[in-house]
Each structure stands twice: as C-alpha cells, then as structure tokens.
Design a protein around this ligand. Structure first.
Ligand SMILES: CC(C)(COP(=O)(O)OP(=O)(O)OC[C@H]1O[C@@H](n2cnc3c(N)ncnc32)[C@H](O)[C@@H]1OP(=O)(O)O)[C@@H](O)C(=O)NCCC(=O)NCCS
Length: 153
C-alpha cells in the first residue's frame, strides 16, 4: 500500500522490531506489552506476528495465533503519526488471510468496551460482538467486548 512517504510493506515481525514495538505500545496502550511478552509471542510456533514498515521504520504490528481452526488476534497498534492511513486495515486484512490460509474458520478478539476506534475498525471487516468478559482489562479496569469473524458462507 502507498503511505505518507512511500510504500508500506507488511511482513513477519522479527526480534529486531521489538524495541520499536514496545515504544509504540507505550504511547498507544493503557496496559502496554513488555519486551518479554513480544519475545514470547515471536517464539511461539502458533503465532502470526506481522509488521507494517515504511522503509526500515516499524509503524504498526498485529499479533495473533492459530490453534486448529480458531484464530485469535491479541494485539494491534499503529504509531500515532501514521494513523487513519489504512495501516491497521492492511494488517487486519493480511492477518485474516494468513489465519484462514492456516486453517482458521473462526477469528476471535477482545477489545476494550470504550475503544470505539478499534470496534469500528474490526466491524468494517465483519467482526461482530458476541459477548463480553467482565473486568477483563486492568488500569483502568474495564470489560472486554468479544468479537468474532465467522467463517465465510
Ligand atoms: C485502532 C488503531 C489500531 C487504528 O489504526 P489505523 O491505522 O489508524 O486504522 P485505519 O486507518 O486502518 O482505520 C480504518 C477505519 O477504522 C476506523 N477508525 C480508525 N481509527 C478511528 C478513530 N480514531 N476513530 C473512529 N474510527 C476510527 C475508521 O472507520 C477508519 O476508516 P476511515 O479512516 O476511512 O474513517 C489505532 O488507532 C491504534 O493503534 N490505537 C491504539 C491501540 C489500539 O487501540 N489497538 C486495538 C486494540 S484491540
């Protein structure tokens, strides 16, 4: 895809991306993932961890995993300077394709109840709210909406 200053490429996230990802987490998320969590994710054979880059700069990432026929998106963030350009949409589209190619029929995720931006974004891809997890998030404590992308008919 074309970005602000050139082409944005989506490819596998690597351990070299972790420091930049931790920085994006710190400025984006109430409960940011640590370096250790990212490392764990990247070393998990069930993980699908994808990075959006502009040149060598990491501008966003998505972490998911695939267990049998269920995909689960765990984390998605885009650097604030590169939002509303379609980067998250490109990461989601890419991840849905990878998870489905790997055998996923159902793709789940949790999102903070108050995170309208993310809920709208996922809604555009066909994810629907199917339930809630009470007090799922800490600092601040908040319920999660469980969203599901059903198999294609
Ligand atoms: C949510 C987030 C990932 C969106 O990234 P992005 O690259 O800006 O998203 P896109 O440009 O692909 O947005 C696609 C659509 O999603 C919706 N959307 C995205 N951000 C929005 C916002 N701040 N307010 C309302 N709608 C929003 C819009 O419908 C948008 O389409 P439009 O720009 O044509 O109106 C980004 O804001 C972010 O990193 N937030 C902090 C971390 C986070 O909340 N992660 C999700 C946790 S599950």
């Amino acid at each position: 895809m074309e970005g602000k200053a050139g082409e944005i490429i989506i490819s596998d996230m690597t351990e070299q991306d972790i420091p930049d990802a931790v920085e994006i987490e710190r400025i984006s998320c109430a409960a940011p993932w640590s370096e250790a969590l990212f490392l764990n994710e990247l070393r998990n054979p069930l993980s699908v961890a994808r990075a959006a880059r502009l040149g060598r700069l990491l501008i966003g990432y998505l972490c998911a995993n695939l267990v049998v026929d269920e995909g689960h998106i765990h984390n998605l963030a885009v650097h604030p300077q590169f939002r509303r350009l379609g980067v998250a949409s490109a990461l989601i589209e890419d991840a849905i394709g990878m998870l489905r190619d790997g055998g996923a029929r159902f793709i789940y995720l949790e999102v903070r109840d108050s995170n309208e931006a993310a809920r709208r974004l996922y809604g555009r891809f066909g994810f629907e709210v199917i339930g809630a997890r009470k007090d799922y998030y800490q600092s601040p404590v908040e319920h999660a909406a469980i969203m599901l992308l059903k198999p294609r008919p």
